[in-house]
Write a protein that binds this ligand. Structure first.
Ligand code: URA
Length: 434
């Protein structure tokens, strides 16, 4: 078999056989297929798409390229939750403890942020002392003892995806439905949970810019999970504006802690209620969505959801005094305000611009080796739908490096749209695929 023939076949829009896909993934992981051929194939897939069978085979080959986690020793139905990426997306930090407090075992491996999207691992590590580098033995023990662990991905999980993702990042082939679907699902399948809940984001701050493409991605990921024997549900959500008020690691921890105490914006609470109750349903701890929703409300109001989060932070070495009193979490010392250029209602605060500006302030990584400034980020003083007077502060920027403000400020030019009429309120939940 020759790689060039596989590329030629895909270039012409033909279906690859399982053997051809397996040959490519094995060769690329082992280094016998060079980057230039893998780039050509990625671009051919980008333009020619793949059938459900090809995507499933690609996913399973990537899953099997490294270690897989066997969670069968942990009693109960383990439920994983994953987002395809967003701005201000602190949902995992909120819904994982809620679901755990309702009895759903959470054994979760999360990723770091890259570019304009943040990662749960970085957010958690912004709590002083907390470590997400937990070995397998401690990971299993923590889930068995307290029902929740959120840790970094182990070194050798899906090495084929790691290599291919890095290549796609520099060859403009990230936003390909078959490749995103197989990349995410290979890691979800390797991480071992029984059921998977996906947040497929759409809009400016997401990989999928249109709802139509997001629905397609959702359908494909659900098909892969189902074919692999793991019940998978996807919820498509709007990411045209940041989620909630905080973007940046420590800021998002503060907002997550508030949400666990029941204090969050309606929109963030709606998303968390939806995701937490769907996790509870998938974990078979409730029979109806209404029952699951009332469980969510109960564990927030009786403090047990926050206690789960606190227990997890403590078990992973975090200093809980910083979450018991979030004002102790230090933000970056230099503040800069973006003010309203005119009076009126806010119609848009562009998620991509806010995500990139936050990264430029030091909250994210441009390349995977960059360091993160945990205290940097952006606080949204005003949200879409709010009325502002000219000169009111809309965004508050935090950084430790004054020279970063001008670039971030430039990136935010045109990101805020103000007009005379009040915009219609819209739900962030767009659709569900199961
Ligand atoms: N996240 C992933 O893990 N893979 C992709 O391809 C895109 C987002």
């Amino acid at each position: 078999m020759r790689t060039v023939d596989i590329i030629e076949k895909k270039k012409l829009g033909q279906e690859l056989t399982d053997e051809e896909i397996a040959f490519f993934i094995k060769g690329y992981t082992e280094g016998t297929v060079p980057d230039y051929q893998a780039s050509a194939l990625a671009m051919a897939v980008y333009f020619q798409d793949m059938s459900d069978r090809e995507i499933s085979t690609l996913t399973l080959c990537m899953r099997d390229s490294g270690d897989t986690v066997d969670l069968s020793d942990i009693p109960g139905i383990k439920v994983d939750k994953h987002s395809t990426g967003g701005v201000g997306d602190k949902v995992t930090m909120i819904v994982a403890p809620i679901a755990a407090a309702c009895g759903v075992p959470i054994a979760k491996m999360s990723g770091r942020g890259l570019g304009f999207t943040g990662g749960t691992i970085d957010k958690l590590e912004s709590i002083p002392g907390l470590s997400t580098a937990v070995d397998n033995e401690r990971f299993f023990k923590q889930v068995k003892d307290m029902g929740i662990a959120v840790v970094g991905q182990t070194g050798n999980l899906c090495p084929a995806d790691k290599k291919l993702y890095a290549l796609r990042d520099v060859t403009a082939t990230i936003d390909s439905i078959p490749m995103i679907a197989s990349s995410i699902m290979s890691k979800k399948l390797a991480a071992g949970s029984d059921r998977i809940l996906l947040d497929v984001t759409t809009g400016s701050g997401a990989f999928m810019k249109s709802t139509e493409r997001a629905m397609k991605l959702a359908e494909r990921m659900v098909a892969i999970g189902t074919a692999a024997g793991r019940k998978t549900v996807a919820i498509v959500t709007d990411m045209n504006t940041p989620l909630g008020r905080c973007v940046g690691n420590r800021l998002e921890v503060m907002e997550a802690v508030d949400a666990l105490h029941g204090k969050a914006e309606t929109e963030l609470m709606e998303i968390c209620l939806t995701f937490a109750s769907n996790m509870i349903l998938l974990g078979e701890k409730a029979e109806t969505i209404e029952e699951a929703e009332s469980m969510v409300e109960r564990v927030i109001s009786d403090g047990s959801a926050y206690k789960k989060f606190r227990d997890m932070v403590m078990a992973q070495g975090g200093d809980v005094s910083y979450i018991d009193d979030i004002s102790k979490l230090e933000l970056a010392p230099i503040e800069y305000e973006i003010k309203a250029a005119k009076s009126g209602y806010i119609h848009n605060i562009d998620a991509l611009a806010v995500g990139e500006a936050s990264m430029l302030l030091g909250a994210g990584r441009e390349t995977k080796d960059d360091n993160i400034d945990f205290g940097a980020g952006i606080y949204l003083e005003k949200l879409v739908g709010d009325y502002v007077n000219e000169g009111d502060t809309i965004l508050r920027l935090y950084t430790s490096d004054k020279s970063k403000i001008s670039n971030a400020g430039r990136r935010l030019e045109g990101a805020i749209v103000i007009s005379e009429n009040k915009p219609e309120g819209k739900s962030k939940i767009i659709g569900k695929v199961e």
